[in-house]
Design a protein around this ligand. Structure first.
Ligand code: SF4
Ligand code: FES
Length: 230
């Protein structure tokens, strides 16, 4: 594989949630394959800034897959083609020389676009706020959700079920009455935020950078039914 490759980037540009958006094409030459995807976007932004143009807005923070701030859909895949990886952990070596990448924001009613690739995920904050002491709860090893929203972006119905189910798994250490009310409140908030129903497509699991299993959705559904029957 060459040390440097050329890529064509078709990047979604949108001024704000009320403006129409469109793709803008960038031909980027000589990208070091050891660079991260976000470093490549920085390269594009340096060029845009030098030209006096508006840089591309995109979420980023930790660069090691722990904060959940990054995210974009690349050729239809949230966080790109590498399973179990967030966008900030994705490297240029995962693409072929001469490839065209279509880069879009998460698209979901519950995640309005702020600008370009950046979306408003405060709906997730409002769901999590139904568990005020969430930070103090032990997090199961298989449900270490980073609140990135890729599961919603991947779902044909923009369902947030994998996210909420992962959070419900965090409630297992709580006394039964408290667990029940927190779960019901999170589900009610999820519905208020306009996320769709789960359609069992499993796209959420495939897109999740923490590889959280849809088994958590099955557990939540079972618990929800039990609670409603009791
Ligand atoms: S369940 Fe996975 S994909 Fe969904 S928000 Fe959590 S970490 Fe991201
Ligand atoms: S920037 Fe923190 S998870 Fe990607």
């Amino acid at each position: 594989m060459p040390k440097e490759i050329n890529l064509t980037l078709k990047i979604w540009r949108q001024k704000d949630r009320h403006s129409p958006g469109k793709f803008e094409v960038f031909k980027i030459q000589g990208i070091d394959i050891d660079k991260s995807f976000l470093e490549m976007l920085d390269m594009v932004n340096e060029k845009l800034t030098k030209e006096g143009r508006d840089p591309i807005a995109f979420g980023h923070d930790c660069s090691d897959g722990t904060c959940g701030a990054c995210g974009a859909v690349i050729n239809g895949q949230p966080h790109g083609p590498v399973r179990g990886s967030s966008l900030c952990q994705l490297h240029i070596r995962n693409f072929k020389d001469g490839e065209t990448l279509v880069i879009e924001p998460w698209r979901a009613k519950g995640f309005p676009i702020i600008k370009d690739l950046s979306v408003d995920r405060s709906a997730f904050d409002r769901i999590i706020s139904q568990v005020p002491d969430a930070q103090a709860l032990p997090v199961p090893k298989d449900a270490q959700c980073i609140n990135c929203g890729a599961c919603v972006a991947a779902c044909p119905n923009a369902s947030a079920m994998l996210f909420v189910a992962a959070k419900v798994s965090h409630l297992n250490s709580l006394p039964a009455p408290e667990k029940k009310i927190r779960m019901l409140n999170m589900v009610a908030q999820m519905d208020r935020e306009g996320f769709g129903n789960c359609s069992n497509s499993y796209e959420c699991e495939a897109a999740c950078p923490k590889e959280i299993s849809v088994v958590h959705i099955a557990h939540m559904n079972k618990y929800y039914r039990q609670v409603n029957l009791s």
